[in-house]
Ligand binder design. Sequence first.
Ligand SMILES: Cc1cc2nc3c(=O)[nH]c(=O)nc-3n(C[C@H](O)[C@H](O)[C@H](O)COP(=O)(O)O)c2cc1C
Length: 318
Amino acid sequence: MKTDMQVQLCGFQLTNPVIAASGTFGYGVEFEDIVDFRRIGGLVTKGISREPMAGNQAPRLIETAAGMINAIGLQNIGVEKFIADKLPSLRNYPGCAVIVNVFGDAIRDYVAVVTRLNDAEGIAACELNASCPNTKQGGIAFGSDVDMLFDLVSSVKSKSTRPLIVKLSPNVTSIATMAHTAQKAGADAISLVNTFLSLSIDVETRRPRLWNITGGLSGPAIKPIAVRMVWEASRAVTIPIIGLGGIATPEDAVEFLLAGATAVQVGTASYADPRATERIAQGLEQWCARHHFSRVADLTGALDLNLPEPPASGEPAS
Ligand SMILES: Cc1cc2nc3c(=O)[nH]c(=O)nc-3n(C[C@H](O)[C@H](O)[C@H](O)COP(=O)(O)O)c2cc1C
C-alpha cells in the first residue's frame, strides 16, 4: 500500500511532513548537491536578521552526551543579501517549502525583516524565532514572557502577507500557556522546541567550555522532553504544530506525530548525516506502509491513552 505523505500545514501543503530545521541546514543552498529537495517536505533557513551579524567567538559548538551545545550567536548575512544571493536558487525546488527563520533585537526589527520578505518570491512561510538562548537579540525574552510574546506575534502578524509560524522556547514553566498565547496573538502554526539553555564546564581549567558561557542543548538528549512539550502544546491549541528536538530516526518522527505534531523538523542529526532529513522522510513513508497507514496525516495526535488497568492492590507497582 502506498501512503499519502502530503500534509496541510497552515495555508500551504507539504509533500511530506519532514522539514530541515533552522541553523542546521545553512541557507538551504549548501545542501543542494547532497540532499534531493524533491524528497523532503521543506527546509527552514538559518535565522535572518535585518542587518548581517558576525555571531559569537569560538568555541561555539561542543559535543555532549547524546547531543551538542551551541552558542553560534545567530551569525547570518542579513535579509538583503539573503534575498539577493540565496533565495533565487531555492526557487528551483517548488515541491520543497522554503520557510525563512526570522529574529530581531526588538519587535520593529522582526517586523522590518518580515515586511521585506513579503516582497520576495518563493517563500512558503516565515518562522519567528522567539526562543534563541544564545544572544540578547535571539528572542528568548519574547519566548519566556507571555505579554512580550503576544505583542511580538500580533505586531508581526499584522504586517505579514504569509503564514506565520512561531517557534517557541522550551525554557519556560508552561509550554501550554506560551502556545496558547501565540495562537491568540495570530500565529498560524507553532514549532517547538528550540534548544535548552545549558552550561558545560571543563573541570581541568574550571572554565566554561563555550566562549558565550552558556549555550543551547540539542540532539537525542532532549527528545523525550520535546515530545512531552509537543503533547502538552497540542492540547492547548487548535493550530498545527511542528515538532522537533532530537529526531534522528523515522521512529523518532512518528513519536512527535503521535504526540500531536502535523510535521517535524530535523536539526542536529544533519551534523552526523547531512542527508538525515531525506533519510527520515523516506523511512517515515516505509514505516507508514509497514503499519498500514494510508495517510501519514492520520498519525497526528493518534497517541493511544487507553492505558491498561493499574496493577491490583498488593502487586508491585514497578
Ligand atoms: C548549530 C545550531 C544553530 C541553530 N540556529 C538556529 C536559528 O538560527 N534559529 C532557530 O530558530 N533555531 C536554531 N537552532 C535550533 C534548531 O533549529 C532546533 O530547534 C534545535 O536544535 C532542536 O532540534 P534538534 O535536536 O533536532 O537539533 C539551531 C540549532 C543548532 C544546533
